[in-house]
Design a binder for this molecule. Structure first.
Ligand code: UD1
Length: 366
C-alpha cells in the first residue's frame, strides 16, 4: 500500500521521524506500507530542514516540491499545485499529514479531492484563536480528514463536538515526544555555551516566531526588553527563527544579556532546553517538550491549543503581560517553578500505535 507522508517544516520533521521509524521496524516482518516521503520545501534552509533529516535519521524525501517562502495563499497554492501533479502522475492510497502548518492543510485538500483517505496526526487541537493561520489549517484539515490520531482527551472532545464519529478518533499520544524520548541519550551540548562561558542551568532559553509577536519590530523589541530586563544578570539564549531574524536586524538596541544564535539542530536545541532554568516561547511543540523534560515553560501567548501542557505539565500562559512575566521568572529563579507530570500516552510508543491502527483500519486484508 503506497502511503504518502507529508512534511514541510521543522516541527513536521520531528513528528514524522517516529512514524517513519515505526514503519521501518514493522516492515522488517512483512512490507505492508510503502512510504513515499513528500517534502513540500516550506522550510528549506539546512538549519531548518537538512540538519533535522540527518540527526533524526529520516530517509531522504522521495519528492521535494521546493515551494519555499511566500504569502499564506501563495505558499498554500504552490504546495497544492505541486502535490496535485504528484498524485496525477502516481496516486497514493493514503495521505498522512501532521500538525497544523500550510503544508498540512494544502496536501490534505489535494489528497481528498483525489478521493484518497487522509490521516491527520495531531488532529483535534484548537486554540480557538482564528487570527492564527495554524488554527485555520487545523480546522480545515480536520473538516476533511478520515482518521484522526490525537494527543489528548481535549483533542478528542473537540473533534466529537464538531461531529466527528468516535470510530475515526484514535487517542494514541504524541509523536513529537516519541522523537524526544528516542533521542534523549544522544543530546549534544551546544558550543555557544562554552563560547559565552555559560554553565548548565544558569540561563533561560527563548524562542519566538509567531507573526503577531515578531513581524512588527516594535512588538519584538518590547518582548525582548521585558524578558531581558527582568533578570539582567541571567543570560537569555535566543536561537532565532529566520522569520524573526529579518525583523531583529531592524532593532537598534539589543539587551546585553540576550545571546543571539542561529537556529540550532535538534540534538543541540533539546540539550539547551533540558538544561535551562526555564524556557520562554511562543511555540506550541516546545511546551510539550518542556512538559516531558520537567522544565518550567512560560508561553508568550494568550491561548494554547495544548491545554494539557498547562493543566498537567510545566507550562504557564503569560501572554505579553510584563508583570506576569516578571513574577513568574522570579518565582522560577527562587526554585518555585511549576512542576508537572506527563500527559497520558506520551510514552514514546505513539508511532507504533499509529502503524498498528493504520494496518487494521486501512488495509485489514493485507
Ligand atoms: C511555520 C508554520 C508554523 C510553525 C513554524 C515552525 C505555517 C502557517 N506556519 O511558520 O505553524 O510553527 O513553521 O518553524 O505553516 N524561512 C527561511 N528559511 C527556512 C524557512 C523559512 O528563511 O528554511 C523564512 C521564510 O522566508 C519566511 C519566514 O521564514 O519569510 C517564515 O517561513 P514560513 O514557512 O512562512 O512560516 P514560519 O513562520 O516558519
Amino acid at each position: 500500500m503506497l502511503v504518502d507522508i507529508i512534511a514541510g517544516t521543522r516541527p513536521n520533521f520531528v513528528k514524522i521521524a517516529s512514524i517513519l521509524h515505526a514503519i521501518e521496524a514493522d516492515n522488517e516482518a512483512a512490507k505492508i506500507l510503502e512510504v513515499r516521503l513528500v517534502h513540500t520545501g516550506q522550510h528549506y534552509d539546512e538549519r531548518m530542514s537538512g540538519d533535522f533529516f540527518e540527526q533524526l535519521r529520516i530517509k531522504q524525501p522521495n519528492i521535494n516540491l521546493g515551494v519555499g517562502s511566500g504569502s499564506q495563499a501563495e505558499q498554500t497554492g504552490k504546495i497544492m499545485i505541486g502535490y496535485e501533479q504528484v498524485l496525477l502522475n502516481d496516486p497514493s492510497e493514503l495521505c498522512i499529514v501532521v500538525g497544523d502548518v500550510n503544508s498540512t492543510m494544502a496536501c490534505a485538500i489535494v489528497a481528498k479531492k483525489f478521493n484518497i483517505p487522509v490521516a491527520h496526526i495531531e488532529g483535534g487541537i484548537r486554540s480557538c484563536d482564528s487570527s492564527m493561520p495554524e488554527e485555520i489549517n487545523r480546522i480545515v484539515t480536520d473538516s476533511i480528514s478520515d482518521l484522526f490520531f490525537t494527543t489528548s482527551e481535549y483533542a478528542n472532545k473537540n473533534l466529537i463536538s464538531e461531529g466527528v464519529s468516535t470510530d475515526k478518533i484514535f487517542f494514541v499520544g504524541n509523536t513529537m515526544i516519541d522523537t524526544l524520548l528516542n533521542n534523549i541519550g544522544n543530546l549534544k551540548r551546544p558550543e555557544l555555551l562554552d563560547q559565552h562561558s555559560i554553565n548548565r542551568n544558569k540561563y533561560f532559553t527563548l524562542t519566538l516566531h509567531r507573526p503577531n509577536n515578531v513581524d512588527d519590530h516594535n512588538n519584538l523589541n518590547e518582548i525582548l526588553q521585558i524578558i531581558c530586563h527582568c533578570n539582567i544578570d541571567v543570560p537569555v539564549i535566543f536561537p532565532v527563527h529566520p522569520r524573526t531574524e529579518k525583523v531583529l536586524k531592524k532593532l537598534h538596541k539589543i539587551p546585553s544579556n540576550l545571546i543571539i544564535t542561529a537556529p540550532l539542530p535538534y540534538l543541540e536545541f533539546i540539550w539547551l532546553v533540558k538544561n535551562s532554568i526555564a524556557v520562554l516561547t511562543d511555540s506550541g511543540g516546545i511546551t510539550e517538550e518542556t512538559t516531558v523534560l520537567g522544565v518550567p515553560c512560560l508561553t508568550l501567548r494568550e491561548t494554547t491549543e495544548r491545554p494539557e501542557t498547562v493543566d498537567i505539565g510545566t507550562n504557564e500562559l503569560v501572554g505579553m503581560d510584563a508583570d506576569l512575566i516578571r513574577f513568574n521568572m522570579e518565582k522560577i529563579l527562587s526554585g518555585e517553578g511549576k512542576r508537572g507530570s506527563i500527559p497520558e500516552r506520551w510514552d514514546g510508543k505513539t508511532g507504533e500505535r499509529i502503524i498498528r491502527i493504520l494496518k487494521n483500519k486501512v488495509c485489514p486484508a493485507k
